[in-house]
Structures are given as structure tokens and as C-alpha cells.
Design a protein around this ligand. Structure first.
Ligand code: ASP
Length: 596
């Protein structure tokens, strides 16, 4: 029953045929997407990577192909020779690209058959993601997944062509490397030739790209895989791809300008969208104040208001106690929604706040002149007046409060803001709202480690005018760092680097990394910095997240061909897996775990 391709050469993709091809003789190859038998005529939707086209098997055109077409089942692989014709008016399908035409088959070759699929090749399917991942080769046949991977390709292509046009050179850095701690755990690879020693898979090419600047390459980029052995919270992958770049003799503005141009080119190439540049910039302090997060979604308002001062000496202990301990009080005014929030929903929001670490969620529902709330009776007239003024409270508003450490208040209210924004459809869809966050603190105090740690990585330069504060008020030192945020998702970050070895040493010291340790970990960088290191800086953008947002996908797994589960497992290849004892012997590794 099966036939060979023989001398047939495909002339077209199914999905790219159209009116322009009327009358042409074509040879198509692909998968039987569906088959219908209509009073003697057999219709097959034939699918390839570009889409679907309707093939008509008519016994009067070819008895033999019609008889063979009768055997076809979904997902069989066939080749068809035929003529492109206009569909009868009543059968035109405006919903598909090829809906105005069909192909009258004259010859059919059946190339392979298929078992019945565990799920249909359709966009909307109700199937567990694990099954989709186990049968990824089928999952990737679904139009939505195919489009996502093609979009990813377009993003990479636009990136390369833009950066090439700006004089960047793509240089590969090794995957078998020395560990460059960026805060996460390394994946280790044992070295057979050096028993007992390990390579690390790179968390990022940070040190090597800086080294390339010292070598004089001036403008480097790489679309590069990075590896971080973290517990996979939410939407993370143990390996992910970055658009990584580094430039010499530049300031923040130069890096930002390149990235804006690149993103503009990517959006134009992939979505046909002309995005306005430059993107707005906001300081870290302002973002934290107004949105409670350093990655605000600026597509809607619902901002946070700091009302700490109103309650500093309040009788209402729930608010004044946290302030006395150095905390803050903030509020959100959800305008005009009092009628739309039931008591039940307010209780749900309270539970939500508690799940994020709040002790509760104080609220006020405003109805006419009345403030309906369990807390109103504790507020003084002056406090009420101040609230009214600062939050422009009117009839119909709902006010939410957070009073705790600034960390908890910001965490709770920023998430509440997003939840309310979604709940009341306040977030403008189909908009790409980019934002730079700048003026980050260089250091933050880590209570568990009882020392300062860097907010980005330890190669980030402090602002020149703040260097003196390193010794006196370290938390006041601002970094020459910038993050880029799209619709509330951080899609990248970078900085101007330290290019002087004395300052680099000083910073290591400041974060409690002794000279010996620093030398052990970053010796080669410290040494290279002594040999004429130019001022330099760069950035890395998460290709997976960027593509996810452009695709409108809800998970990065949907824009990665072969992703892993939350447990770092690949259901398709079943990696990781135990290995042959011989392999371990060669590596001189003894595994000490109980049976899995
Ligand atoms: N290496 C940094 C990262 O992976 C980005 C950078 O500073 O360029 O987050």
C-alpha cells in the first residue's frame, strides 16, 4: 500500500497556496488533517507547516486516486498531484488563508500511515500538559505551537540582523566552563580526564563576555543557552535562552539605545507593529513607591499611595505599630467599584493577601457619605480627612490598605493591584508597554547571611558619585544597572560594569568575599582587569519570555520546542536518567542514593 516519493518534488507548501496560484499544477506533501466523504467526492484537508489546503478527490477525475483516498485516515502522510481551482462560491471559507481555493487531485501517493493520536492536532485541546510533553512531536503539529516556534525563529532572525547591522559580532562562549556564580546553583559536569573535577554549565556568559571586551571585540552578542539549577518556581526552565550582548566605551544610554532599536526591529518583523522609542524610564524608588514592584505593568493605573505619615502617631495600632517598627502603610483606591465587590469577594481578597504574608487586609467600601468597613470606627476625623484628600476618595470607591514591613506591604499590594486590574478588565490588551527601571540600589542587606549582597551581580558598577558611600552608607549606593520590563514581566537586565580592578576588589570586599575567595572564583577576571580593560557594559534579554509575550502565550514552555517539567524532567526523552555503571566508573563517581 505504501509508495515512494519517486521523482516527485514538492512544488508548494499547502498553506501558502491562494488565488495567485489558480490553474497551476502543484505537488503537495503533508499530513491528512481531516477527511470527509460527500456523495462520491472525498475532501481531504492536507496540512504542512504553513497551513491547510482542501484537496478534492473526484472519481471522474481519477478513479484510482479516489479509491486510494478512501483508505486515508487522520495524520497519514501523503503526496498529491493536482490543479489549483477556485472553490464554488458557497464553499468559500473566509476563516482560513487558503479558503478561496482547492486542489483537484489527479494522483495520490500514500507515504506512511499513523496510529490514532492521543489528542487531536487542534489549537484548543483538553489534555494534561504531561501528555502533550510526552508526545511533543504531535503537540508541535498543532497550529498554535507551530506558530510559536516560527515566531521564535523570527525573533532570533530579527535580533541577528539588527545586531549585525549595528556592527555586533556573534561569538560563542563555552558550555563546559568554570562556575560563574550569579546567585543560582550550577549544573555540574564531571570531567573524565580530570577525575574528581567538574565543569559547570554557564548561568550566563557574564565573565567571558567581559573578557571579550578586554580583548577588544568592542561589540559582542550571542543568542545563548544558560543553565540554572534552581527549584523551578512558576514559569522557569533549567535551561533558557538569552540574547546576550556587551559593548565597550559606552554609557547606560548607549546600551539602552541599542536594545530599544533591537526591540523595535523585532516587533516590526514579527508583529508588523511600529513601537515608539525611546521607552519611558522610571527609577527603582519611584516604581516601588507607585507600584510596589520593580517590574510594574504600566498598562493601567490603580497605583499605590504611601500614607505612612497619616498613621505615624495613630491610635489605630494595626496601622501605627508597623510604622513604629520601621514599616509602612500604603493604600490602593479602586475607584467606583463598591457595588461590584461583594462581601464574599472581599473575603477572598483577604485570603489572597494572607497567602502572600499579610496579617489581614483592611478595606473601606464607600457608599454615599458612609464608609462601610470594620476599621472606620478606629479612625480619627483627621485621619479620615487626610485619607480622603490623599486618595481622592469618592462615592463608590473601595480602598485597600497594607500596613507591615515595606517588603510585605509592597508584595501584597502590588499583587492585589494586578489581581484587581485583571478582575475588572482594566489592563489594556494588545499593547506592548515597555519600561526601563533605572537607579537600582547596588547592594541590599541579606538578613540570613548577615551581609550585603549585590542586587544584580558583583560586576555591576556603582554610580561614580556614590562610590564614597560604599564604606559609609552602602545601601545608599546606586548601581549603573537597568532592567527592561514588558507588561509587568522583567524581560532583561544589565549594567555598566566595573572596569577597574581596584574598585572590583573593593566591591568583593564589601560583599564579604575575601581576597583569596575572590581570586579562586574570579581570578582570571581580576587579572584581565589589570591589562587595559575598557569601560564597558551590556545586557541580557530573556528570549523565551520575550517570545512568550509576543506570542500571547501563557507559559514559556509553549515557546520552547522541548521544555522540561517543574521537576526538571523531560517526558519525551525521559531525561534525566540513571546511567550505565561503566560510565560512572570511568568518571570515578559513586552514586549514593536509595532506590528511586
Ligand atoms: N549576565 C546577566 C544575567 O544573565 C545580564 C547582564 O548583566 O548582562 O542576568
Amino acid at each position: 500500500m505504501f509508495e515512494l516519493l519517486g521523482d516527485w518534488k514538492r512544488t508548494d507548501y499547502c498553506g501558502s497556496l491562494g488565488i495567485k496560484d489558480l490553474g497551476r499544477e502543484v505537488i503537495l506533501m503533508g499530513w491528512v488533517h481531516s477527511k470527509r466523504d460527500h456523495g462520491g467526492l472525498i475532501f481531504v484537508d492536507l496540512r504542512d507547516r504553513e497551513g491547510v489546503v482542501q484537496i478534492v478527490f473526484n472519481p471522474q477525475v481519477s478513479k484510482e486516486s479516489h479509491t486510494k483516498a478512501d483508505l486515508l485516515k487522520d495524520e497519514w502522510v501523503i503526496a498529491v498531484k493536482g490543479t489549483v481551482v477556485r472553490r464554488p462560491d458557497e464553499t468559500i471559507n473566509p476563516n482560513i488563508k487558503t479558503g478561496e481555493i482547492e486542489v483537484i487531485a489527479r494522483e495520490l501517493r500514500i507515504l506512511n500511515r499513523s496510529k490514532v493520536l492521543p489528542f487531536p492536532v487542534e489549537d484548543e485541546i483538553k489534555v494534561d500538559e504531561l501528555i502533550r510533553m510526552k508526545y511533543r512531536f504531535l503537540d508541535l503539529r498543532r497550529p498554535v505551537m507551530r506558530k510559536n516556534l516560527m515566531l521564535r525563529h523570527e525573533v532570533m532572525r530579527a535580533t541577528r540582523s539588527y545586531l549585525d547591522s549595528k556592527g555586533f559580532i556573534e561569538i560563542e562562549t563555552p558550555y563546559l566552563t568554570r562556575s560563574t556564580p550569579e546567585g543560582a546553583r550550577d549544573f555540574l559536569v564531571p570531567s573524565r580526564l580530570n577525575p574528581g573535577e567538574f565543569y559547570a554549565l554557564p548561568q550566563s556568559p557574564q565573565l567571558l563576555k567581559q573578557t571579550l571586551m578586554i580583548s577588544g571585540f568592542d561589540r559582542y552578542y550571542q543568542i545563548v543557552r544558560c543553565f540554572r539549577d534552581e527549584d523551578l518556581r512558576a514559569d522557569r526552565q533549567p535551561e533558557f535562552t538569552q540574547i546576550d550582548l556587551e559593548m565597550s566605551f559606552v554609557t547606560e544610554d548607549d546600551v539602552i539605545e541599542v536594545v530599544e532599536g533591537m526591540i523595535k526591529a523585532i516587533l516590526k518583523a514579527t508583529k508588523g507593529v511600529d513601537i515608539d522609542i525611546p521607552f519611558p524610564r522610571m527609577s527603582y524608588d519611584e516604581a516601588m513607591l507607585r507600584y510596589g514592584t520593580d517590574k510594574p505593568d504600566i498598562r493601567f493605573g490603580l497605583e499605590l499611595h504611601d500614607i505612612t505619615e497619616v498613621f505615624r502617631n495613630s491610635e489605630f495600632k494595626v496601622f501605627s505599630d508597623p510604622v513604629k517598627k520601621g514599616g509602612i502603610v500604603k493604600a490602593i483606591n479602586l475607584k467606583g467599584k463598591a457595588q461590584h465587590l461583594s462581601r464574599k469577594e472581599l473575603d477572598e481578597l483577604t485570603e489572597f493577601a494572607k497567602s502572600l504574608g499579610a496579617k489581614g487586609l483592611a478595606w473601606i467600601r464607600v457608599s454615599g457619605d458612609e464608609w462601610q468597613s470594620p476599621i472606620t470606627k478606629f479612625l480619627s476625623e483627621h485621619e479620615k480627612k487626610e485619607l480622603k484628600r490623599l486618595l481622592t476618595i469618592e462615592d463608590g470607591d473601595v480602598i485597600f490598605f497594607g500596613a507591615d514591613t515595606s517588603y510585605t506591604v509592597n508584595l501584597v499590594l502590588s499583587n492585589l493591584r494586578l489581581r484587581l486590574g485583571n478582575r475588572f478588565n482594566m489592563i489594556e490588551q494588545n499593547r506592548f508597554a515597555f519600561l526601563w527601571i533605572v537607579d537600582f540600589p547596588l547592594l541590599e542587606f541579606d538578613k540570613t547571611e548577615n551581609r550585603y549582597v549585590t542586587m544584580h551581580h558583583p560586576f555591576t558598577s556603582p554610580k561614580e558619585e556614590d562610590i564614597e558611600l560604599l564604606d559609609t552608607e552602602p545601601e545608599k549606593v546606586r548601581a549603573r544597572a537597568y532592567d527592561i520590563v514588558l507588561n509587568g514581566v522583567e524581560i532583561g537586565g544589565g549594567s555598566i560594569r566595573i572596569h577597574r580592578s581596584d574598585i572590583q576588589r573593593k566591591l568583593f570586599e564589601r560583599i564579604g568575599l575575601g581576597e583569596e575567595d575572590a581570586k579562586k572564583k574570579f581570578g582570571f577576571l581580576l587579572e584581565a582587569l589589570e591589562f587595559g580593560a575598557p569601560p564597558h557594559g551590556g545586557i541580557a534579554l530573556g528570549l523565551d519570555r520575550l517570545t512568550m509575550l509576543l506570542a500571547g502565550a501563557s507559559s514559556i514552555r509553549d515557546v520552547i520546542a522541548f521544555p522540561k517539567t517543574q521537576k526538571g524532567f523531560c517526558p519525551l526523552t525521559e531525561a534525566p536518567s540513571p546511567v550505565d555503571p561503566k560510565q560512572l566508573l570511568e568518571l570515578r563517581i559513586r552514586v549514593d542514593v536509595k532506590e528511586r
